[in-house]
Design a protein around this ligand. Structure first.
Ligand code: SF4
Length: 291
């Protein structure tokens, strides 16, 4: 049985990795962008971001003051596990104290802050079933600056691909400098309103260098990445060739009379970390390496 204590400790470690170290694909995308930019202003912005990332890594400190809200993705395999939900909640409380994380989670109406990043439905745990002989836990502590720019549109089927591309452009233009660009767009196309929103966020779990397995979707990711970078918002909104680091898309079949499209905007501080926990107690960190 995978013990509760192990899940608590692993939760703290995942949160620490996510807020203090960028996954290698995001870091590489920022480094490549720095090489690609020719003008002084975007290069200076990217250099400041990369220096900040290096300092955070060195000192094991959060790379941004906004350490997000704790969103988890759990794949429950064919293994016995002690209470995962309780363990993750405890891990979030502990991580908030020891990493430390900014206590961001408040009551939506009273705005009361318990100071623990724990509240009603928070941490939010997306749970999936799998046939694996291990469990997988992923975390994406999402900051408000980027999340606030996310959007859903219920397009008509007639709007089609053109409408989807236009919506992506509108979201990016409306966001401007607010989500600390360069950003990553996580798009959910199809399903229903709620499914598309969920897929948009989940698509951000896929590394930037991994295209969608469906060639048509992969092509759309590539096309949007190229065309949206031509609008010139640039790093931190000060102009340049790099407005986005990538576009990730997930899709689902939808009703013949609808075309939901959701876009989850992620900032350069693309915090995510994941691991596998095996029944023998071995923990494999899959985004940041190490056991
Ligand atoms: S948008 Fe991202 S980088 Fe900007 S303040 Fe929020 S968490 Fe930090």
């Amino acid at each position: 049985m995978i013990s509760k204590e192990l899940i608590v400790d692993t939760t703290v470690e995942l949160l620490r990795q996510a807020v203090t170290r960028l996954p290698s694909d995001v870091k590489k995308a920022l480094e490549d962008a720095y090489e690609r930019e020719e003008d002084e202003v975007p290069r200076a912005q990217l250099k400041a971001i990369l220096d900040n990332v290096a300092l955070a890594e060195e000192g094991s400190l959060p790379m941004c003051q906004d350490t997000g809200i704790p969103i988890f993705f759990v794949d429950l395999g064919n293994v016995e596990v002690d209470n995962v939900q309780e363990a993750i909640i405890e891990g979030v409380k502990e991580g908030t104290k020891v990493i430390p994380l900014r206590p961001n989670a408040v009551h939506p109406i009273t705005r009361k802050n318990p100071g623990t990043n724990v509240g009603e439905h928070m941490p939010y745990i997306n749970c999936r079933m799998s046939d694996n002989d291990h469990i997988e836990i992923g975390v994406m502590p999402k900051g408000a600056g980027s999340e606030n720019m996310s959007a859903l549109k219920m397009l008509t089927p007639a709007a089609g691909l053109k409408g989807i591309k236009q919506f992506a452009l509108d979201v990016l233009l409306n966001a401007g400098s607010k989500p600390c660009p360069p950003t990553i767009l996580g798009m959910g196309i199809g399903g229903s309103a709620d499914i598309s929103i969920k897929m948009g966020k989940e698509s951000l779990l896929r590394p930037l260098d991994q295209r969608h397995p469906d060639p048509d979707i992969a092509q759309l990711e590539e096309e949007l990445y190229t065309t949206l970078n031509e609008i010139g918002i640039g790093p931190m909104g000060l102009g340049g060739k790099t407005s986005i680091l990538g576009v990730k898309i997930e899709y689902a079949a939808c009703h013949t009379a609808s075309l939901p499209v959701a876009i989850n905007v992620q900032c350069w501080a693309a915090r995510r970390a994941a691991c596998r926990i095996h029944p023998d107690g071995r923990v494999e960190y899959t985004t940041h390496g190490g056991d």
